[in-house]
Design a protein. Structure first.
Length: 107
């Protein structure tokens, strides 16, 4: 009977060792899972930050381009206004000259 008790004790010891190893494995798996979740969260946060920065850079670039276009259009408009004013001054001078000639009888 001593041999049977000894075998039962060995079985209990093996079960206890197996339970201990199982608990250690579960603890390691839990830690690995927590670390993986933490890393995934950090990766997602970094990706979101990078996406926001890229979007901001894109908006900044578009804003700068819009300003360039507005300045170019403004410059072109001012140039056209100046040309129209110069032309109008010339036409007024011609009209004044014609009226003067008509009034003075030169025409």
């Amino acid at each position: 009977m001593s041999a049977a008790h000894e075998e039962i004790d060995q079985i209990h010891e093996a079960e206890e060792a197996a339970n201990k190893q199982l608990k250690e494995a579960e603890a390691r798996a839990k830690k690995i899972r927590e670390n993986a979740e933490k890393e995934a969260k950090e990766i997602i946060e970094n990706a979101e930050k990078e996406a926001k920065m890229a979007a901001q850079r894109s908006r900044d670039g578009l804003q700068a381009r819009r300003l360039e276009i507005e300045q170019k259009v403004q410059k072109e408009t001012e140039k056209q206004i100046s040309e129209i004013e110069d032309s109008a001054r010339g036409q007024v001078k011609k009209a004044v000259d014609i009226v003067y000639k008509v009034v003075t009888g030169e025409e």
